[in-house]
Design a protein around this ligand. Structure first.
Ligand code: CA
Length: 225
C-alpha cells in the first residue's frame, strides 16, 4: 500500500512516515503543496495524507486541482483547526476524510486502511456448492483443499452451473451463455463438456454434484453432491 504524505512540518512528517513504514506502508513524503500536486498527478498512490496549511499551494487547492484533473486517489486531510466550516470545505473540495491535529497515530492508520478498502474495486463473491468453490476473481476452483485445474470452457461452464446452482438449466441456455451467440454447432458439445467437468470435480472425489435431469437438462446440486 503506497501512501503520499504532504506535510510541511518536517518532524511531524518524519514521525508519521516512520510509523506508517512500520505498519507496512510504502511512504513518499513531500513538504509543499506544489510538489504534492505534481507527485500525486504523476505517481499512483493508494491513499494520500494532505495537510491544509502548506507552502506554495494549500491542501484545499491541491485537492481541488487533483479532482479537476481526474485523479481520484483517496485523500485524508489534516487540519490544525477543528471548525465545522473547515470539514465542510475539505469534503466540498473532494477530500474523503479528515483528521484534526493533534491526532492519534492509531486513528490515522485505521482511517487510511478504511479509505483504501473503500476505494478497492468490488470483488466478485466466491461461489460455493458444498465443498466446491469457484472464485471468479482469481479463477481458482477447489474441491475441499484440492485445487482443480480447468480449461477456459470448463471454467465457464462450471461458473454458469454454480450461478444457477439448484436450478435445472437446459442445453440451449448453457450454449448461449458459455459458448458464444454465434455458435450454431451441435448442442451435444454441452454433454461432452459436462463429461469433462464430472471427470474433474466429481469422479476423483466420488461425488455427483452435476445431475442429469432427463429431457430437461442439468442441475448442480447445492450441496456439491
Ligand atoms: Ca502545515
Amino acid at each position: 500500500m503506497r501512501v503520499l504524505l504532504v506535510e510541511d512540518e518536517v518532524r511531524l512528517a518524519e514521525t508519521v512516515r516512520r510509523g506508517l513504514v512500520a505498519e507496512g506502508f510504502l511512504v513518499d513524503v513531500v513538504h509543499d503543496g506544489a510538489r504534492g500536486l505534481l507527485t500525486a498527478q504523476t505517481t499512483e498512490y493508494d491513499v494520500m495524507v494532505l495537510d491544509i496549511m502548506l507552502p506554495r499551494l494549500n491542501g484545499y487547492e491541491v485537492c481541488r486541482r487533483l479532482r479537476q484533473d481526474d485523479v481520484w486517489t483517496p485523500v485524508l486531510m489534516l487540519t490544525a483547526k477543528d471548525g465545522e466550516y473547515d470539514q465542510v470545505d475539505a469534503f466540498d473540495l473532494g477530500a474523503d476524510d479528515y483528521l484534526t491535529k493533534p491526532f492519534s497515530f492509531a486513528v490515522l492508520v485505521a482511517r487510511l486502511r478504511s479509505l483504501i478498502r473503500r476505494s478497492a474495486p468490488e470483488r466478485p463473491t466466491v461461489l460455493l456448492a458444498g465443498d466446491l468453490s469457484l472464485d471468479p476473481a482469481t479463477r481458482i476452483v477447489r474441491r475441499g483443499d484440492s485445487e482443480i485445474s480447468l480449461t477456459q470452457r470448463e471454467f465457464g461452464l462450471l461458473h454458469f452451473l454454480m450461478r444457477h446452482r439448484g436450478d435445472v438449466v437446459n442445453k440451449p441456455e448453457i450454449l448461449e451463455s458459455v459458448w458464444d451467440l454465434n455458435y450454431h454447432g451441435d448442442d451435444n458439445v454441452v454433454e461432452v463438456y459436462i463429461g469433462y467437468l464430472r471427470r474433474k470435480i466429481d469422479r476423483p472425489f466420488d461425488r455427483h454434484a452435476i445431475e442429469t435431469v432427463r429431457g430437461a437438462g442439468y442441475r448442480l446440486v447445492g450441496t456439491g453432491g
